[in-house]
Design a protein around this ligand. Structure first.
Ligand code: C2E
Ligand code: MG
Ligand code: MG
Length: 395
């Protein structure tokens, strides 16, 4: 059923709109971490009207702005009621229409300050919509909200409303994965690959992740293996009235948990840790596909040669690398690492190639550079891959 805008407005004015809270939990530990505020229209006879029945109409006009500010103010009051108990952050849904609102970040700050609330306790959730005309202003808008100390999440990623382009351009802190991305038990391999890739790029963009609509233990187990930060869904809690939510907060300590040991159990975070350890010794790691003549490099900060592009053709990489070597070492370098030579080495059963050259860094200094190549056969094809670990040796 769809309600006309005048009826929704009248309901807001009569105080029939109220706010439910759906808890969000740390994926690894199932501990309460935060909540999302979700509006409900409760009729005098007690009937609960869901947002899908009135938010789309409200979004057609500025009525949605009044609703969103009403919800935000309500959230502030709830957070104040949490003052004497553990305070958990709350996220609020904001329509993109607010981008047209002058001084949005100031208005939000003023409201939080009126209730004496630290700004990080409030998170803003936004969804991409068809308002392409304001694309360039959008990033500035998000930045102004973050600069005021609030957190910003991209909601419903993967629902068709939120594109990769949007994630790339919008400087948000959190990526919320839409429930449509999760099947009941995540057993389809393609689905798992897509989800793993989303978590991987979110982590590399330094975004926290929240999975919505988690309904089964199987989904939870899979999300743990992806290193998803938080989960929200019927498995752990449904949206609930404020009093029930406050009772839940009271029975949950906020003390920072020592999750490190647990986190290592997630393959994605274990891989990240491993990379961290490798980078400590080897500031440049290059993955090359000798069969296809391509490479991809990962650099840590402070490596002396930053002129190496992070991806390209392997043969070019060797030519370019040789140019940074001392003239006497160039021939050795090219001979040791040419594709033909490495492929022959692999065929001959050699599993490791090591060479020390003298190399001029970006700062003009000459240092001894050790390159060690390890061969691996691709698990997906017959391609021969080489992983190169590079480090500057002490003089
Ligand atoms: P949303 O922001 O993506 O909120 C998540 C929706 O997923 C909520 O529906 C929640 O009840 C539902 N959900 C949570 N866990 C599960 C689960 O395990 N399974 C399933 N099937 N569903 C789950 P809800 O409360 O009906 O809200 C629908 C949408 O309405 C929200 O989607 C949001 O886009 C919009 N909305 C809600 N409150 C507000 C508001 O105050 N302002 C604005 N602008 N939009 C709002
Ligand atoms: Mg939301
Ligand atoms: Mg959502």
């Amino acid at each position: 059923m769809k309600y006309p805008a005048e009826e929704i407005k009248a309901a807001l004015e009569r105080g029939e709109l109220c706010v439910y809270y759906q808890p969000q939990y740390v994926t690894m530990t199932n501990r309460l971490k935060s909540a999302e505020a979700l509006v409900r229209w409760i009729r005098p006879d007690g009937t609960v009207i869901m947002p899908s029945e009135f938010i789309p109409t409200a979004e057609e006009s500025d009525l949605i702005m009044d609703i969103d500010w009403f919800v935000t103010e309500h959230v502030c009051k709830t957070l104040v009621r949490q003052n004497m108990m553990p305070q958990f952050p709350v996220s609020v849904n904001f329509s993109r229409r607010h981008i047209r609102e002058a001084n949005f970040a100031e208005k939000l700050s003023a409201m939080a300050d009126r209730y004496d609330l630290p700004h990080p306790l409030i998170e803003i959730e936004i969804t991409e919509s068809a308002m392409v005309d304001e694309e360039s202003k959008f990033s500035d808008w998000i930045l102004s909200i973050r600069e005021a100390g609030f957190t910003v999440a991209i909601d419903d990623f993967g629902s068709g409303l939120s594109s990769l382009q949007f994630v790339k351009d919008v400087p948000a802190d959190v990526l919320k994965l839409d429930k449509s991305l999760l099947s009941r038990n995540c057993e389809d391999e393609k689905e798992r690959i897509v989800l793993e890739s989303i978590f991987s790029f979110a982590h590399r963009l330094h975004m926290k992740t929240v999975a919505e609509g988690v309904e089964t233990k199987e989904q939870l187990a899979f999300l743990r293996s992806c290193d998803c930060s938080k989960i929200q869904g019927y498995l752990l809690a449904r949206p609930m009235p404020e009093d029930d939510y406050l009772a839940l907060c009271q029975s949950n300590p906020t003390a920072e948990e020592s999750v490190d040991i647990l986190r290592i159990q997630s393959p994605a975070s274990a891989a990240n840790l491993l990379m961290g350890v490798i980078f400590r010794r080897y500031p440049l790691v290059i993955f090359s596909n000798l069969t296809r003549n391509t490479y991809y490099g990962m650099t840590n900060q402070n490596f002396t040669v930053t002129s190496c592009p992070s991806a390209g053709m392997y043969d070019d990489l060797i030519l370019r690398g040789a140019e940074t070597m001392e003239p006497d070492d160039r021939a050795d370098f090219k001979a040791a690492f040419s594709r033909e030579k490495l492929l022959a080495d692999y065929e001959n059963g050699i599993r490791e190639v090591r060479l020390v050259t003298r190399q001029r860094g970006d700062d003009g200094m000459i240092r001894r550079l050790e390159t060690v190549d390890f061969f691996v056969k691709s698990v997906y094809s017959d391609d021969i891959i080489v992983i190169s670990l590079c480090q500057n040796l002490p003089d």
